[in-house]
Design a protein around this ligand. Structure first.
Ligand code: TYD
Length: 226
């Protein structure tokens, strides 16, 4: 694998925790500093990945086995790394990615009970064990976050018939999201060196500067060791 000159930052959390808003605002701040930012997301990020995303998130997809679900998440990711993320990092860009393998460990490993070992093994085989330089975990209350995600999806469905239905995960039970939440916290403890956990129960205006400060700190560190 070619040398990696850029910085790989991922953002994680439960559905409806406010990740996408924070990622957009963070990208805006970094671009205002004249940094070259690639903002992307999973599942998706490439033409193939977006097709896989459609299958995974559409509530019309029924009876998908948890193992097939995990395989599709990794198929999207392997393509995303090959086509977008690794070339961007080789070109020295800052990659901001909304979800990555920690999502698979939390949702499929924890939520679907497939366990961490299977996720980590697939990550080694299919993704060259690529790890983010920094992972921001937006820690939120499962009940409140999922209620917010469901409201958002209902509003989308009501306002624009052309929008994709992305509700399949939001239909899961409270127990499922509690397992996802606990799995995230366990990963953050295990991988403390790359995690920044931010309390996302507070307003976006309070959370935003804390995320920016953590990212700036990481960029400074990278500049020193370059
Ligand atoms: P996302 O688009 O980030 O949704 P939201 O804005 O509601 O957080 O993610 C789509 C869904 O896919 C989300 O419910 C989490 C799920 N997911 C997994 O289960 N495993 C994965 O590896 C990834 C990347 C996402």
């Amino acid at each position: 694998m070619a040398a990696r000159r850029g910085i790989f930052i991922t953002i994680e959390g439960l559905d409806g925790c406010g990740k996408s808003t924070q990622l957009e605002r963070l990208a805006g701040v970094l671009r205002a500093d004249s940094l070259d930012v690639l903002a992307t997301r999973e599942p998706g990020g490439t033409a193939l990945g977006d097709r896989i995303r459609g299958v995974l998130l559409d509530s019309a997809t029924t009876g998908l086995s948890p193992w097939a679900e995990m395989a599709l998440m990794f198929a999207s990711r392997a393509q995303h790394l090959h086509e977008l993320i690794l070339p961007a990092l080789e070109n020295g860009r800052i990659v901001l990615c909304d979800r990555f393998t920690d999502s698979t460990e939390a949702y499929q490993g924890g939520g679907r009970k497939l366990g961490s070992e299977a996720v980590l093994s697939l990550h080694r085989v299919l993704c060259g064990n690529i790890q983010p330089d920094l992972t921001i975990l937006m820690d939120s209350e499962p009940g409140a976050s999922v209620a917010r995600a469901r409201r958002r999806n209902r509003a989308r469905a009501a306002s624009d018939a052309g929008e994709a239905d992305e509700n399949r995960f939001e239909r899961e039970s409270r127990a499922f999201f509690d397992r996802v939440h606990n799995a995230y916290l366990a990963i953050a403890r295990r991988e403390a060196h790359r995690f920044f956990v931010v309390d996302a129960r507070r307003s976006p205006e309070v959370v935003h500067p804390e995320i920016v400060a953590a990212v700036r700190e990481r960029l400074k560190l990278a500049a020193r060791t370059a």
